[in-house]
Design a protein around this ligand. Structure first.
Ligand code: FMN
Length: 222
């Protein structure tokens, strides 16, 4: 697939087929993720590939236990103003949480804290969070793009970080690693679509902040 087609058709996949991903494809995806840049080339990522059905169910249960209260609080917050779009998003979130039991692979991404040489929660950590988290998310994005190129759907999710202790206990992950994201991975039950994004032009500045990059004028329809 052409890179630009991959990059502009990698939406968050929320419905999956119950069909395994061959090992060779999985390795190709993870080796591509491993090409990501990181601060000082620390490469502080660790990927736990979960395919065991019982473990996947448990991850789904943990995710749902965070999603449920999150959804309830969203409903309470927006009681008088919940837009049709928000209602739809909450329904999609419900379906997605349920789908996490079906998706054949969960890649759970951890940050190797000692490699970053900043203590978690310290002032340096808060000051440096761009370098710390920014050293893992490019690998996640590459994982998603490589998956898309092979026809595999993914989602970047961070909700499970609220259940870090439980997830680490489930997967036997040592204390010094920090849970960063859960990336469910599977063949899609929905079409890959173009992500909905606002145009880039109002956010493009030409040399200086105050000089807007002119929005190109679309050619008139013939
Ligand atoms: C850092 C980050 C964390 C996210 N966490 C979650 C999550 O926990 N659950 C979820 O359903 N989606 C999560 N998403 C997906 C976003 O909701 C999604 O990317 C956004 O709505 C745009 O939709 P699209 O990717 O389909 O274009 C996350 C995305 C990012 C970048």
């Amino acid at each position: 697939m052409d890179f630009f087609e991959v990059a502009s058709s990698t939406p968050t996949m929320r419905r999956f087929l119950d069909r395994p991903i061959p090992d060779a494809e999985l390795i190709k995806i993870l080796e591509t993720a491993n090409m990501a840049p990181s601060g000082s080339n620390a490469q502080p990522w660790e990927f736990v590939v979960v395919r065991d059905a019982a473990a996947r169910r448990e991850i789904q249960r943990l995710y749902e236990s965070v999603w449920g209260p999150y959804k309830d609080s969203a409903i309470i917050r927006g009681r008088t103003t919940l837009s049709p779009r928000a209602v739809k998003a909450l329904k999609t979130g419900d379906e997605f949480a349920a789908q996490l039991a079906i998706v054949p692979v969960h890649v759970v991404v951890f940050l190797d804290r000692p490699k970053m040489r900043v203590e978690r929660g310290s002032a340096a950590d808060l000051f440096n969070f761009g370098a710390t988290y920014g050293s893992v998310f490019p690998a996640i994005e590459l994982m998603m793009l490589a998956s898309r190129a092979l026809g595999v759907g993914t989602a970047m999710t961070t909700m499970l970080t609220s259940k870090e202790a439980e997830t680490k206990a489930l997967l036997g992950v040592p204390e010094e690693y920090q849970l960063i994201a859960l990336v469910p991975m599977g063949y899609p039950a929905d079409a890959f679509k173009r992500p909905m994004r606002k145009p880039v032009f109002p956010r493009l500045h030409d040399e200086r902040w105050t000089r807007a990059w002119p929005t190109p004028v679309a050619p008139p329809d013939k």
